[in-house]
Design a protein around this ligand. Structure first.
Ligand SMILES: Nc1ncnc2c1ncn2[C@@H]1O[C@H](COP(=O)(O)OP(=O)(O)OP(=O)(O)O)[C@@H](O)[C@H]1O
Ligand SMILES: [Mg+2]
Length: 270
């Protein structure tokens, strides 16, 4: 039975150039990609390879210098504030630095209520709002009673990242972009969070785009993998194709950089 996969987000010749003349940086250089609905996609590359810049263009936070983004088959149009707000109902992000994701003057209740307002509007009874907030917090193993009336900066880094996922749970976007979402979390909570995200994909078919340096993580979580080097996509395909049979020396190098805990350390080369 051939399942027809629907492209939900794609790019054609997508380019971002920062600065002018000798200061010029081509952060993303004519990249093409097709992300399918319900897929988990990883974008892997070294620091400075253009991953976050690409993510910001996908989110509509940066304008491409050249090229096009297609959303659900049509050229994306976010020309007005209203259209942008509508687009953000479909695509949301979790960023590397959870501190930058919150307005520090807003209490956690407001952070969560804003998500509810964005998705279902304001005209619902407080009891329903409370129920939604409690459910979202328990999805990420947080207790709403312990968070109410607090500010995001009163949480630990890991709790803050889980709060970000609670927001995703309330917003239920079709596409989630996660830029190194687990960087501040210990290995155990990290696995839990990855499982939470995978659960969202399995239950509601959310498309998840992971951005990471960690090719091991990419292999563990994703269906497709895109490898970025100096703003270019140098290799892409299924996780098995790309990681088990890399064609590019750069991909091979990223794989070799993964520390192998079962190998004894050779201190003589240090
Ligand atoms: N606002 C900006 N102005 C000028 N140059 C920028 C800007 N943002 C990014 N760059 C440059 O674009 C290139 C790509 O940066 P980007 O942040 O996309 O990399 P990255 O792959 O996300 O790296 P990391 O893994 O370290 O997060 C870098 O050379 C960076 O210095
Ligand atoms: Mg980055």
């Amino acid at each position: 039975m051939a399942e027809k996969r629907k492209v939900c987000l794609s790019g054609s010749g997508l380019t971002k150039v920062f600065g002018l003349g000798r200061q010029k940086t081509v952060a993303v250089d004519h990249v093409d990609f097709n992300f399918y609905e319900g897929e988990i996609i990883s974008i892997v590359g070294e620091s400075g390879s253009g991953k976050t810049t690409l993510a910001k263009m996908l989110l509509g936070l940066l304008n491409p210098t050249e090229g096009e983004i297609y959303f659900q088959g049509k050229k994306r149009d976010i020309g007005t504030h209203k259209k942008k707000k509508e687009y953000w109902k479909s695509i949301q992000a979790i960023f590397q630095d959870p501190f930058s994701s919150y307005n520090i003057f807003h209490k956690i209740d407001e952070v969560l209520l804003d998500c509810i307002y964005m998705r279902v509007g304001r005209k619902i009874p407080y009891a329903t709002k409370l129920e939604m907030m409690t459910k979202a917090c328990s999805f990420v193993n947080l207790k709403f009673e312990e968070l109410t009336n607090k500010y995001p900066f009163e949480l630990s880094g890991g709790q803050m990242q889980r709060l970000m996922i609670a927001r995703v749970f309330l917003l239920m976007p079709r596409i989630l972009l996660a830029d190194e979402p687990t960087s501040m979390i210990d290995a155990c909570s990290r696995a839990t969070i990855l499982d939470m995200l995978m659960q969202l994909r399995n239950e509601i078919g959310m498309t998840i785009i992971f951005i990471t340096h960690d090719i091991g993580l990419a292999y563990y979580v994703s269906d497709s993998v895109y490898i970025m080097e100096h703003g270019n996509i140098v290799e892409h395909g299924s996780a098995d194709e790309v990681i088990l049979n890399p064609k590019e020396a750069y991909t091979q190098r990223l794989i070799n950089d993964v520390p192998k805990i079962y190998e004894e350390w050779d201190l003589s080369t240090v």
